[in-house]
Ligand binder design. Structure first.
Ligand SMILES: [Zn+2]
Length: 215
């Protein structure tokens, strides 16, 4: 099996896994992966639970369709992130309930929507900036993502949901799941006094695991 065929199969398997666990209701959410030439994305109006490896959309770096079905309307979110993050091999975007709920809260810190409450959030997701609200399809969103993508592997779109990149498909999936679980913790902890990790604990994670989190 070619490297591209393996990536196609993995996108389908990850889509099914996310869908089965209720993380991508309806036709929401999209998954992409970088190829040697161009990139793959899940098609528009497709359920992540029923993807077909042969009909995934293949695009070039200008966002043009090369082969396959019409791409997700949110293709430009992925493109903006890949162009600023050459190290990222895959991106997952979801409208998953808990992260989407956090994205609707008023008064979030736009530089860091979720405080460092667990080491795994710091290690797998990192500091999460908030991208202001834009209507679906508004390409201005791409410029806002581009502003943060160099320094941040993950961003949260206001009143919408998370966009998370990783070195490969599995690390992007694990990171967005960590973000979803941390969002759930934040909501469970709502109105409670939270002890976040302190500066020296974050510093230790940065030194031990090579993560980036400016304190
Ligand atoms: Zn979306």
């Amino acid at each position: 099996m070619s490297a591209e065929s393996k990536i196609r199969e993995r996108i389908v398997a990850i889509g099914r896994s996310l869908y089965t666990r209720g993380l991508s209701p309806g036709s929401s959410g999209n998954i992409s992966a970088r190829l040697e030439e161009g990139w793959l994305l899940t098609p528009t109006n497709s359920s992540l639970g029923e993807l077909d490896p042969a009909s995934l959309s293949k695009l070039d770096w200008n966002g043009n369709l090369v082969s396959g079905a019409k791409p997700s309307k949110e293709y430009f979110l992925h493109l903006a992130m890949y162009q600023k993050r050459l190290q990222s091999g895959a991106i997952v975007h979801l409208h998953s309930s808990y992260a989407a709920a956090i994205s609707c809260l008023d008064g979030l810190n736009p530089a860091s929507c979720i405080p460092p409450i667990t080491p795994y959030f710091v290690m797998r997701v990192g500091k999460l900036p908030l991208i202001p609200y834009f209507r679906p399809g508004d390409k201005s969103l791409a410029n806002e993502i581009a502003k943060h993508a160099e320094k941040h592997a993950a961003v949260l779109l206001a009143n919408h949901g998370p966009v998370v990149s990783g070195n490969d498909l599995d690390s992007a999936m694990h990171a967005i799941e960590e973000l979803e679980e941390t969002s759930k913790l934040m909501l469970l902890l709502h109105n409670q006094k939270i002890r976040t990790l302190d500066k020296s604990q974050i510093q230790e994670l940065c030194e031990t695991f090579g993560v980036q989190w400016e304190t």
